[in-house]
Ligand binder design. Structure first.
Ligand code: FES
Length: 92
């Protein structure tokens, strides 16, 4: 294997996972829509920060869950109102 050419300095993972058994999940709480809005806001603030959808992060009850890496910041119960704070945390 070889290291990829990396053009991003951070990555924000937004859980969009859905569960068909009805148990709590980020997808049912608007994870996909939130991913799109966070991506737009972060890209406008700093295009070297990648925002990607992710599968289950294992903290489903506090969805929508977001992780900022490599800062190791785990954020739960994220809503659209939190987007400015996420941009601030990611770009500092
Ligand atoms: S479904 Fe999002 S953390 Fe499990």
């Amino acid at each position: 294997m070889t290291p990829p050419e990396i053009k991003f300095r951070k990555i924000i993972l937004v859980c969009t996972n859905t569960k068909e058994d009805g148990s709590p999940c980020c997808g049912a709480r608007g994870g996909a829509e939130l991913h799109k809005k966070i991506k737009e806001a972060v890209r406008a603030a700093n295009p070297t920060i990648r925002v990607s959808k992710t599968g289950c992060l294992g903290t489903c009850k506090s969805g929508v869950n977001v992780v900022i890496m490599p800062d190791d910041l785990w954020l739960g119960n994220v809503t659209e109102e939190d987007i400015p704070e996420i941009v601030k945390l990611a770009t500092k």
